[in-house]
Every structure is written in structure tokens, then in C-alpha cells.
Ligand binder design. Structure first.
Ligand code: ADP
Length: 342
């Protein structure tokens, strides 16, 4: 993702942590959409509460901005437990993890974001902690060094990742519950926009909600961010009420189309079509061609482009679909002729 245009990328948390806090649902009843997932989690929470046990460890995967951190916080609130948050890159040394695990309270929910990025030594420590609620600690140095086992409080680990495939199987297998989160339906995004508009105390007309939902990439974080920008446009350029005209004009100003594609998405499609004659092209080559980090391409752009049917992933690389040609208004024949000519 280039730094100058991070608008739609849910990886980019801008000032979001503070602003998102007010919009972040605190309990399961406020978490919109994902009905089946909510029902299951509710069963697990109720069962654990009735048995007066901590929840099983939970593995959450899926693209950024879909509510993994939010769900982890909700699980802690629903269990009435302490909530501790960190991310794998922040755990540099085993003592960083030990420091947390030895000071948490019984039944705590411990959330590790980007869990696929754990260092091996920390992962080892976590295995034992997850299974036996103990950690191995080395005291002394050299030949006199010895390992002691320290008991830690029972806790629930919630590990989140955008790259489920990069998580080592010994780690994955220690989670009792694994949840794969997917993009939200437009209707669910509409309820998120309506809920957020209520909290932000902004007036938005229903046709505007529909339009905005269609351009939110099925992603709550994007929906909330677009809503805040539309509020700005309505306040400065209009009468303060977000109507369909505000959204149409606002999306145009932000260069976001009716599929929720932004400039970079269209550049990716155009590059596959024009530079690589529709593909297949490998992810790394494509990332270099469009000047994106491979992580941004794979974690953010691709999942949505694939889900909406603009590209397909084949063993030989990414390919543009008929829909991509149509959306960009490019005639397949003219490109094929060009490749013959040049
Ligand atoms: P992730 O951890 O998957 O990147 P977050 O949990 O940080 O995503 O969610 C991003 C924002 O989207 C949250 O601040 C919250 O306001 C909103 N959000 C996510 N899921 C929902 C939901 N199901 N209902 C309402 N708001 C949601």
C-alpha cells in the first residue's frame, strides 16, 4: 500500500484506534451480521459460563477490518473477564510473553493479533501455556542454567490472522475453536452504517446507506470510515444530511466506484490486462509492477477482487476475468491484437 492513498485499506488504522473505539460493539447483541458465527459463539460462552470455566482458545482468520479484534473484546466482556491485547510483532523476547502471562488474572481473554508473525521461541512458550497453563523459564546462564516450570492463570487465547495458511500447524491445532470470517453482505453493512450513524448522531437517508454499503467492500472498518468522510462532505458542502447525492459526489471525489474499487484496485486490474495480457501473472511480479507491498496485495486488494469476481487465482498466477475487462471498459480483442502487433 502506498502511503499517500491509504483510504480504503483496513490495514491502515490512521487515527482509527481512538475513533473506532466509540463505534466498536461491546457485546454480542451489538455485533451486526455474521448470524451463524454469533449463534455459535453465544453457545460456547454460555456453556463455559455455566461450567464456570474459561473459554476454549479461539483462532480468528480473515481479511483486515472484519471485526476480529472487536469479537475478541466482546468475548472478554461477555465472560466478564479482563481483556489483554497485543500483536505478534510486539512480542520480541520470551520475557515479553512471560511478563503478560504471569500477570494476567484467572479467566482473562488474551488477544494476539497477526499471530502468524510469532517468533519461534515465543511460539514454543505459547504451546505449553495454551495446553498446560505453565511456562518454561530458564534461570542462570551457561552450564548452571536450568529450566523451571511456572504455573500461570487459566486464560483464553484469541489469535487473529489475515494469513491462516501461514500459521504453523502445531499452533493451529492447539485452538479449540477456529473461525474463518468472511466479507459481510450488503444488508449487514447497511445495519452497521445505520448503527454507526446513530452513535455519531449524523442524519443519513436510506438510499444513501444502500449506496455507501455497496462501496464498502463488505468490510465494517471501510463502511465506518466512508461514513465519516460522507459526514464531512455533507457538513461542508451540503446541509449536514447525508443523502444519495452526497454519497455519489463523495465517492467520486474519493475515486471510489460503485463496486467499492479504488484507484489501486483498478490499476491492478489494468496491469494484469494490459501488461500481462490478462494473466496469469505471479503475485510478486504483480506487486512489483503496481508498486505495492506483496502483503497489501495479498491481504487487502486480492481477497476482495477475487470475492467480487474480478480476478481468479490459478496455480500459475492471477488472471483477470471477463468482468474486469467489462468494468474497465477494455475490449479483450483489442488487447490481444496489440500483443500480436508489439
Ligand atoms: P479486525 O481486527 O478484523 O481488523 P476490527 O475488530 O478492528 O477488525 O473492526 C474494525 C471496526 O469495524 C471496529 O472498530 C468496529 O467499529 C467495526 N466493526 C467490525 N465488525 C463489526 C460488526 N459486526 N458490527 C458493527 N461494527 C463492526
Amino acid at each position: 500500500m502506498s502511503d499517500n492513498d491509504p483510504f480504503l485499506n483496513p490495514h491502515y488504522r490512521e487515527d482509527t484506534d481512538a475513533r473506532e473505539a466509540s463505534l466498536r460493539p461491546q457485546f454480542l447483541k451489538d455485533f451486526q451480521g455474521q448470524k451463524d458465527l454469533k449463534e455459535n459463539l453465544n453457545v460456547f460462552i454460555t456453556a463455559a459460563r455455566e461450567r464456570e470455566e474459561s473459554l476454549d482458545h479461539i483462532f480468528l482468520s480473515g481479511p483486515p477490518g472484519l471485526g476480529k479484534t472487536t469479537l475478541a473484546g466482546i468475548m472478554a466482556n461477555e465472560m466478564g473477564s479482563e481483556f489483554k491485547v497485543t500483536s505478534a510483532p510486539a512480542l520480541d523476547k520470551p520475557k515479553d510473553l512471560a511478563g503478560i502471562l504471569t500477570t494476567i488474572t484467572e479467566g482473562s481473554v488474551f488477544f494476539i493479533d497477526e499471530i502468524h508473525r510469532l517468533k519461534p521461541a515465543i511460539e514454543e512458550m505459547l504451546y505449553i501455556a495454551m495446553e498446560d497453563y505453565e511456562i518454561d523459564w530458564i534461570i542462570g546462564q551457561g552450564p548452571s542454567a536450568r529450566t523451571i516450570r511456572i504455573p500461570i492463570p487459566r486464560f483464553t487465547l484469541i489469535g487473529a490472522t489475515t494469513k491462516a495458511g501461514s500459521v504453523a500447524s502445531p499452533l493451529y491445532s492447539r485452538f479449540g475453536i477456529a473461525v474463518r470470517m468472511d466479507f459481510y453482505t450488503n444488508e449487514d453493512i447497511e445495519s452497521i452504517i445505520n448503527r454507526s450513524a446513530g452513535i455519531l448522531d449524523v442524519s443519513i437517508e436510506q438510499p444513501a446507506v444502500k449506496l455507501l454499503a455497496g462501496s464498502s467492500r463488505g468490510t465494517p472498518r471501510v463502511a465506518n470510515r466512508l461514513l465519516r468522510r460522507m459526514r464531512d462532505f455533507a457538513q461542508v458542502l451540503g446541509n449536514g444530511i447525508i443523502d444519495a447525492a452526497t454519497v455519489k459526489d463523495g465517492l467520486k471525489r474519493l475515486k471510489i466506484d460503485n463496486f467499492g474499487l479504488e484507484k489501486h484496485d483498478r490499476e491492478i486490474l489494468r496491469t494484469i490486462i494490459i501488461q500481462y495480457q490478462g494473466g496469469p501473472v505471479g503475485a510478486e511480479t504483480l506487486a512489483i509492477s503496481v508498486g505495492e507491498a506483496i502483503e497489501s496485495l495479498e491481504d487487502f486488494y486480492e481477497p476482495y477482487l477475487i470475492q467480487r469476481g474480478f480476478i481468479t487465482r490459478t496455480p500459475r498466477g492471477r488472471m483477470a476475468t471477463e468482468l474486469a475487462y467489462k468494468h474497465l471498459n477494455i475490449d479483450r480483442g483489442s488487447i490481444e491484437n496489440q500483443s500480436v502487433l508489439f
